[in-house]
Design a protein around this ligand. Structure first.
Ligand code: CO
Length: 423
């Protein structure tokens, strides 16, 4: 396999020769550009013959109709009804590190609550000097911060514990999104209320019909948690907790309480339903891990993948994917094309932010043969993403949660891609 990027240099030289000789064919032969002589470049297209849409056509822009295939998708058999359910971010179609607001995956326990912000309140009670109730306007007066964080459902890849099941990266890894949050640090809010010395835990409660509650230790709350009212520069989307949600960087998604209405300070965890009967990890011996909050380092190749087969034949191509860690940043991702016999260092690109998605690329020439693609993330604590076999040896297959094992895609000679496992 080609190392580093000689393909890029070759193509640039080919382009120069082609330009000097005046022969466009030289360019087509040398690299990825195959459209010379095509009517689409030689003829005037319809959109060049008429006026486009005016600036009064749409007050809030939408993607091109040609991008209609880029959307969240549920898996019907995963849940009994759409109100306590999930859908998946189309990560196979996205690039960079920011997830557009309209395609951030959803997980609801009682549907997406429609809240009038004028009637929404945030209450702080329990072991505090002053019990407080904030309006949304009150919260807007407090100091705020901006941070890009990934939010991953702890059940992301959860259907893959017993073997390859869902044939698409959207479904195996799409319970994740990554946006810039704007919000007030919890340490600012709790300073307003004054935490009593006995206050060691904090309960967060949603205003939706599920009233979802989770306990969070005070240390994490005071470190980097936010109550956020904006994502990617605009108000939260309804399905992401409008008008207010909790942000717990690096920790499992169900704790990021949406439609946040109440914060209670206590001296012990509450052992609420969603941290006992749900969101605990059943081990092979029948005991359950509890309070498994941090999302460990993980990566996946988003293209090629089952929903992104190779259509261009052999030769120059681009492989890309995402990596993340609930413990920090991702300085390195390795990629293999042959099921782990040879590993290559991927090219990290874009910002490397704490507890955020990272984007990687691997540029190579495909010889047209079968491939077994894998990626392996290293985070800045030195932790390396494990194989699925290593995870199963420790944790068995009883749990749905915290599956951060290495994903394998099989690429056939026809460019079709399948979810497989190699041992
Ligand atoms: Co957990």
């Amino acid at each position: 396999m080609t190392k580093d990027h000689p393909a890029g240099k070759t193509t640039r030289r080919a382009f120069m020769r082609g330009a000097v000789a005046g022969g466009v064919g030289t360019l087509a032969a040398g690299g990825a550009a195959n459209a010379a002589g095509d009517g689409a470049i030689l003829e005037v297209q319809p959109w060049a013959r008429e006026l486009g849409a005016g600036v009064d056509a749409s007050g809030y822009g939408m993607p091109s109709p040609h991008e209609a295939g880029v959307h969240r998708t549920p898996v019907d058999w995963l849940t009994a009804d759409p109100f306590a359910s999930i859908n998946f971010t189309p990560i196979h179609k996205l690039d960079g590190i920011i997830t557009p607001n309209g395609v951030c995956f959803e997980r609801h326990h009682s549907g997406a609550a429609q809240i009038d912000p004028a009637a929404h309140r945030l209450m702080i009670n329990g072991l505090v000097e002053r019990e407080l109730v904030f309006t949304m306007d009150d919260l807007q007066r407090l100091p705020r911060e901006n941070h890009v964080y990934f939010l991953e459902c702890t059940a992301n890849s959860g259907m893959e514990w017993r073997g390859p099941q869902l044939n698409g990266v959207q479904f195996t890894h799409g319970m994740i999104h990554n946006v810039m949050y704007t919000g007030v640090p919890l340490r600012v809010l709790l300073a307003e209320a004054g935490v009593k010395p006995s206050g060691k835990w904090v309960l967060f409660e949603g205003a939706d019909a599920a009233g979802l509650t989770r306990s969070v230790p005070m240390e994490k709350v005071m470190d980097d948690c936010l109550v956020a009212f904006a994502m990617n520069g605009e108000a939260l989307r309804v399905e992401q907790g409008y008008p207010l949600r909790l942000v717990i960087p690096g920790w499992e998604g169900n704790m990021w309480i949406k439609w946040l209405r109440r914060i209670e300070v206590g001296d012990a965890p509450w052992h609420a339903k969603e941290e006992t009967s749900k969101y605990t990890d059943l081990m092979p011996d029948g005991r359950a891990r509890r309070f498994t909050w941090v999302m460990d380092a993980k990566s996946v190749i988003t293209s090629p993948s089952p929903q992104m087969p190779i259509r261009h034949g052999k030769g120059r191509m681009m492989l890309t994917g995402l990596a993340w860690s609930g413990r920090g940043t991702i300085p390195r991702v390795d990629v293999t094309l042959d099921g782990g016999k040879n590993w290559h260092m991927a090219r990290m690109d874009g910002p490397s932010l704490d507890k955020s998605l990272h984007r990687f690329y691997y540029d190579f020439n495909w010889d047209g043969g079968e491939m077994l693609l894998q990626s392996r993330a290293h985070d800045n604590t030195g932790y390396v993403q494990p194989t699925k076999a290593a995870l199963r040896a420790l944790r068995g297959v009883n749990s749905t949660y915290h599956n951060n094992g290495i994903q394998t895609w099989h690429v056939g000679r026809d460019g079709e891609v399948e979810n497989v496992e190699i041992s």
